[in-house]
Design a protein around this ligand. Sequence first.
Ligand SMILES: [Zn+2]
Length: 397
Amino acid sequence: MRDRICIVCGSPLGETPLMTLDHMPASAQDIPEKEELAEEKGMTLRLHQCEACGLVQFDCEPVAYYKDVIRSGGFSTTMVNLRRRQYRHFIDTCHLEGKKLIEAGCGQGEFLSVLSEFPVKAYGIENRDNLVELAKEKGLKVWKQFAKEGQVLAPADGSACGPYDAFLSFNFLEHQPEPVSMLRCMADNLTEDGVGLITVPSLEYILQYDGYYELIRDHLAYYTFETLRYAVETAGFEVLEEEMVNRDTLSVIVRKRKQTGGQTNQEKRAEKVDVSGLIRSQDAIAQEMRELIRELKDHGKTLAVWGASHQGFTLASTTDIGAFAQYIIDSAPFKQGKYAPASHLPIVPPDHYHRNPVDAILIVAPGYTEEIAGTIKEKFGQNTDILALKSNHLERI
Ligand SMILES: [Zn+2]
């Protein structure tokens, strides 16, 4: 196998990964159909830490759709309020009233619409055609483009929009195999003292609170404030502000560095991250699932999973649950009738339960457990055993 290099600093990643995850879903978004199952299989993911810049990353190829922004998570009031607060602060402190802001990877304009409430000129770029169309239908100034070094960010019709006074990037950088190229593109399209607001999921949060099933191939990089700072500095920015938002997300405000020439990043040895909690969670969850299955089998009981999310897919493909469970229930119509990646469990609508009932349901949907448990009790009656995967262990509800 060829030696992989760090996606930010280019140093070799070395041979020994921090941890190895076998039989992981190859994608969180591409959910296979029946005729694709013969070809579709799980993959081994190796999590490395760059010894030079410290960035934690997978050494695999990115998913095919890494340039697209697919925000499948619930577009909650909490999220809208968070963005509103971030925009207000960003516009106030960086004096952006009346200025031009561009969002790199704007999806269908979920967050750009919120920005339209503010007295700024809002633009967005998105790679996926149907999302660009949806954003345009909302009246947003969005066009198809992907931020890569050398690109001038402007609509194809030739109308000039840039240079921009600020850029926005919400949970997009962690998908990127060339994050520095993306950031340099943003820098090159900004005014001389242009600024940016970037958010990415926090590695520390995953290490502290989550199980290994939060790691997904779609997220190639797992940033900390330090490694994110290193990446933005390499691309020609300096960090003005760092803030932890929503408990699990890093948010930084950056500004283009003045052209002084010859400025390079300080060489420093990164401190090694401790992934022992994630490794323990692999063993502990596998063990708990084996015990659950044994107990159900002893009583002649059956099981289904609720939640066709990446967490549910990973649990099914990496533990004995994939072989034991009957199906995965999910309320999203576009997932129903398809199959979980790697484990190939069928994904069914909630009503399927009435045709093929099970004795127990295991909820794997962080953040939605209580809501789903309520639905199960209401629709399926009180006799269904309800369990949930929370953090790194199994809970009875
Ligand atoms: Zn590196």
